[in-house]
Design a protein around this ligand. Structure first.
Ligand code: GLP
Length: 248
């Protein structure tokens, strides 16, 4: 695991974008896994800038999104679908048929989740999967207690996650209690993982994930089992790291 400490969120975002852009240059038909959340917004801003300025083309790139809230349609302002269009897809040359977002409205969610896994496999697997981290250690929406072998499935959100995400909704009552999420096993199958952590409220959980015991009560600790993971953390998120904090 490589841990890079960045002076601030802008620097973290630029470094993350360079990693994504390098992959796209080397493999124009790369398969990406991309998250929602406040942390990756800077990454998407940089990719949108690089698209014309540095000729980074998404013409052949495929993107799989990590989650969708159950019950939210694609036009809902807080849906993963809408988020990704707002911050990335509407501003680059990606075609709608290259974008995969789990449906939160599928009649048969279990069948839909199996189909989503099949679509990832049919694309040859994910080359680079970008993650944020929840304050309870969740990755995608794999909450504490999720099996490290889990695949894409319907999940219940933890109380802490509902509290954290209430800021994006009119009130806490509006936050969906269920989501569709890539599993931890699905995440670990990605050939490369980039974990982004920003802000002092991530310091404790980032230290637990990176330096703590690998256990299912801290889902992000599963990432210690992956052999090609880079962690980009700003100074405040990295403030409780000790031994593994190397880069700058
Ligand atoms: C949500 C997403 C996660 C994300 C987390 C952290 O719960 N499902 O993928 O990592 O939020 O979000 P933020 O970056 O806003 O702290």
């Amino acid at each position: 695991m490589e841990v890079v400490i960045c002076p601030n969120h802008d620097d973290l975002s630029l470094r993350a974008a360079r990693i994504v852009a390098e992959l796209i240059r080397a493999k124009p038909d790369a398969v990406l896994g991309l998250p929602i959340g406040s942390t990756p917004i800077g990454l998407y801003r940089e990719l949108v800038r690089m698209h014309p300025q540095e000729g980074i083309s998404f013409a052949q790139v495929r993107v799989f999104n990590l989650i969708e809230y159950v019950g939210l349609g694609p036009e809902h302002p807080q849906s993963s679908h809408r988020f990704m269009h707002q911050y990335l897809f509407d501003h680059v040359d990606i075609r709608p048929d290259q974008v995969y977002v789990p449906s939160g409205l599928a009649m048969d969610l279990d069948a839909h989740c199996l189909y989503y896994e099949q679509q990832i496999a049919d694309c040859g697997g994910i080359d680079l999967l970008v993650l944020g981290i929840g304050t309870d250690g969740h990755i995608a929406f794999n909450e504490p207690g999720s099996s490290f072998n889990s695949r894409t499935r319907r999940v219940a959100l933890a109380r802490q996650t509902i509290d954290d995400n209430a800021r994006f909704f009119p009130s806490r009552q509006h936050v969906p209690m269920m989501a569709v999420s890539l599993g931890i096993g699905t995440i670990l199958d990605a050939r490369r993982i980039l974990l982004l952590a920003n802000g002092p409220n991530k310091a404790g959980i980032l230290a637990a994930a990176v330096e703590g015991m690998v256990n299912e009560m801290c889902p992000a600790s599963a990432l210690q089992l992956h052999d090609h993971i880079t962690v980009l953390a700003d100074e405040s998120a990295a403030s409780k790291l000790t031994a593994t904090a190397t880069g700058r």
